[in-house]
Ligand binder design. Structure first.
Ligand code: ADP
Length: 480
């Protein structure tokens, strides 16, 4: 069964996808040997053309949904989140640092800059990023307006200057998100992921030191301390998410609220584009969400990556990404449809031999007859490409490998996702769930504080009455 699946990679990459699929018994598409349509999965790092969505056959999958730039381009994300903030309130959409798209928003930026300029309070820092570059290229930080110099469209964003640090090192989280469908919205988050560290200690006095302020691996692996054994962080600049969870556990951090807030960020960001993404159940998308956590454990969305890097730079990459791609393939649930491609080609093989058998011996070889699309496929039109039916979403697995379905998460959100994407209901359910977790977290913290107080008192008692130390005070008291 597995041997009949064929994958097609654009520009021979990414290597990891080839490796995982070959290990699973898939065959690689070869244009010399196969027809144009003879593949099950087409994987590209960049976007597909519109026509490629319209001509999809039922057994074919693409690794991108159409029209997702609304969150994957920095300027579009900033614009969309601003729109959602205006519609649904800034309390809900408060997870991304305030941002301005320059040059257009320059006046608005100036007024915010002036508002935040300290007369006596703490200084405000800003980060400037070219809108369509990645991997930290062209980024710089500034405090004073005179240092803002740019020659291409950029976003200027409030710099989160109080990040959570591990032994003085800044880090951010790479969260892998799979959108299995936009209609109805169905989202899975991988439980593994990466923690990406800066390789020099965080210091606001040196805004130009990228190795202290940017957590991109592409930058830090060129830094002088990449290979050095760094306090607690270790060598290199990456941890797996499991290691980070262990770390949080060792620090007695209640993680439920943090992870739920991250889930909310993912869902709320996807809601900004979901209504405008054309339906395409044959597609799925792997996004990389970059999230920074501040000292108050508040997660901030920095950006959403289209085609997150799948290169293997270090042991953490190997541990995380290989499994990730394996789980992604499982999530595609190929066994239901792969038989169709084989059957279609067997039928075509027969047609081909019949066709050739009727030709005169000296005739040139004609073009191979095109597929006749089955009737149910011909009915699709417009932005609705040829589809297999999407599975009713709550009947599909809640967990596939390390992918956990985070949306929809209950009957109300399932119904809201199916009925014209009722965002108000969804946000209400998210708030209810988060509110419950926040309350539990608060209760837990109060209890801990109480316990701590008791322990402190006990410590004091044991100082007075402990077996090693003579109970001097009590003796004194008795003597009196
Ligand atoms: P790129 O696409 O070039 O990687 P990012 O937006 O991910 O751009 O920014 C690169 C790095 O800069 C992030 O990984 C993070 O370490 C840091 N960074 C970006 N924006 C902020 C911000 N608003 N506050 C604090 N750090 C930030």
């Amino acid at each position: 069964m597995a041997a009949s699946l064929v994958f097609r990679l654009h520009d021979k990459g990414p290597k990891l996808v080839r490796e995982v699929l070959l290990e699973r018994g898939w065959e690689e598409y070869d244009e010399e040997e196969r027809e144009d349509e003879d593949w099950n999965l087409y994987w590209r790092g960049s976007a597909f053309r519109n026509a490629q969505y319209h001509n999809l056959l039922p057994w074919q999958r693409l690794n991108h949904h159409p029209k997702t730039a609304g969150i994957t381009r920095k300027d579009c994300l900033a614009r969309n989140l601003r729109r959602m903030r205006a519609t649904f309130g800034s309390a809900l959409y408060d997870f991304s640092p305030v941002a301005f798209i320059l040059p257009n928003d320059y006046t608005r930026f100036l007024s915010e800059y002036d508002k935040l300029r300290p007369s006596r309070g703490p200084p405000a820092y800003w980060i400037c990023k070219p809108v369509d570059l990645s991997r930290g290229r062209g980024i710089f930080l500034f405090e004073d307006l005179k240092d803002l110099v740019y020659d291409c469209p950029v976003i200027v964003q409030r710099y989160i200057s109080d990040p959570l640090l591990i032994s003085g090192y800044k880090f951010d989280l790479r969260i892998y998100v799979c959108v299995k469908s936009f209609h109805p919205l169905t989202v899975y988050i991988h439980q593994e992921g990466l923690v990406r560290f800066a390789t020099e200690k965080y210091d606001l006095a040196s805004l130009r030191n990228f190795y202290a302020h940017l957590t991109n691996t592409s930058i830090n692996k060129l830094g002088p301390f990449y290979r050095t054994e760094k306090e607690r962080v270790g060598r290199g600049c990456k941890w797996t998410m499991s290691k980070f969870r262990h770390f949080l556990h060792s620090q007695d951090v209640n993680q439920n609220l943090l992870w739920q807030r991250i889930n909310n960020i993912v869902t709320l960001s996807l809601l900004t584009i979901a209504p405008s993404v054309p339906s395409c159940p044959n597609c799925l998308e792997l996004f990389g969400f970059d999230v920074l956590v501040d000292v108050r454990f508040k997660p901030w969305l920095l950006e959403v990556n289209y085609s997150p890097a799948l290169t293997l730079d270090c042991p953490a990459d190997v541990a995380v990404k290989k499994r990730l791609i394996g789980d992604l393939v499982d999530l595609m649930n190929y066994t239901l449809v792969d038989g169709l491609r084989e059957k279609a080609y067997q039928r075509r093989g027969c047609e081909k031999s019949r066709f050739h058998a009727n030709l005169p011996a000296n005739s040139s070889i004609p073009v191979f007859p095109k597929f006749k699309k089955p009737k149910f496929l011909k009915q699709s039109s417009g932005t609705q490409p040829l589809q297999t039916q999407a599975l009713p979403v709550l009947k599909t697995n809640h967990r596939v490998g390390d992918f956990i379905r985070t949306f929809p998460f209950n009957t109300a959100t399932l119904r809201a996702a199916q009925q014209e994407l009722d965002i108000k209901v969804i946000t209400r359910e998210l708030q209810k769930l988060t509110g419950r977790l926040a309350k539990a977290d608060k209760k837990r913290r109060t209890e801990k504080e109480e316990e701590k107080k008791d322990e402190d008192e006990e410590d004091f008692d044991s100082l007075l009455w402990g077996p090693k130390d003579p109970p001097l005070i009590s003796q004194c008291l008795k003597r009196q």
